[in-house]
Design a binder for this molecule. Structure first.
Ligand code: ADP
Ligand code: MG
Length: 260
């Protein structure tokens, strides 16, 4: 599919909690989309650089990264790299990115630096997936200002709905003040174990509350997805027949069907 007229679909993968599956969702959705023929750019906005490493790129050896793009010393076209196994491009991150927060303070349009940079490559990707850090920082704000919407990975646990209200409020505020395009694209149930009754109950609550905003695809808990990053690739390519990989390819197809 070429997509030169409307530009890419730009999604933040966000949730204010850490360890909920944001990075796993970003790299595996990217690999799944690449498999079905989409041109994908992953933007790693987390100074931990897990999406970079998990895509098979050595974050210590980046000549330029998302940090340079935000500060204006490199373009995305210069700084993006190919994920060797994933089949998508990556604008990488490392610890250096933590400093951007402070360094951007004096800049004009400081929350729109990523949006402006993405505009320069708008005809080159069908999807841009932004892996956000687990906080509402200036970095996350750059992601939310650049995006059309937010994909929220969540575990079906007792406090899941409560945690979600913070994120929903943040999205409402950004929508009202900075980015009128921004909406919740959908909630993705991840690390799901159907044997656990509580998870089934929370899953039903989610559907009752958010209706069609809950993606049909459910990502199971699957150890192959957790093992893949240490092999420098997404689970989707590391073990294509594993349950987790199959689910993420299915999810990629659902995303294209709903939003492509
Ligand atoms: P976040 O980016 O939100 O901090 P991660 O994607 O890094 O979360 O996931 C946290 C941990 O859970 C990682 O060790 C990851 O490998 C593991 N994990 C994520 N999704 C799954 C899954 N579906 N099944 C098993 N382990 C998972
Ligand atoms: Mg992460």
């Amino acid at each position: 599919m070429t997509n030169t007229t409307k530009g890419p679909r730009i999604f933040c993968v966000a949730n204010q909690k850490g360890g909920v599956g944001k990075t796993t969702t970003t790299v595996n959705l990217a690999a799944g989309l690449a498999q079905v023929g989409q041109r994908v750019l992953v933007v790693d906005l987390d100074p931990q650089g897990n999406a970079t490493t998990g895509s098979g790129i050595d974050k210590r050896k980046l000549d330029s990264s998302v940090y340079d793009v935000l500060l204006g010393s490199a373009t995305i076209a210069e700084a993006r790299r190919i994920s060797p196994k994933g089949g998508y491009l990556v604008l990488g991150a490392n610890r250096e990115l933590a400093g951007a927060e402070v360094e951007l303070v004096g800049f004009e349009r400081r929350e729109k630096r990523l949006k402006d940079a993405l505009h320069t490559v708008r005809d080159e990707h069908d999807f841009v997936l932004i892996d956000c850090p687990p906080s509402l920082s200036l970095l996350t704000l750059n992601g939310l200002c650049a995006a059309h919407g937010v994909v929220v990975p969540m575990q079906c646990e007792y406090f899941a709905l409560e945690g979600l209200s913070d994120l929903v409020n943040t999205i409402k505020q950004v929508h009202a003040n900075l980015n009128p395009d921004l909406q919740i694209i959908g909630l993705l149930r991840v690390m799901f174990d159907p044997r656990i009754t509580l998870q089934q109950q929370v899953s039903e609550q989610l559907k009752a509350h958010f209706g069609a905003k809950v993606f049909d695809t459910v990502i199971p808990r699957n150890v192959r997805l957790a093992e893949a990053p240490s092999y420098g690739q997404p689970g989707v390519t590391f073990d294509p027949s594993s349950k987790g990989a199959v689910a993420f390819v299915e999810f990629a197809k659902e995303v294209v069907r709903r939003l492509g």
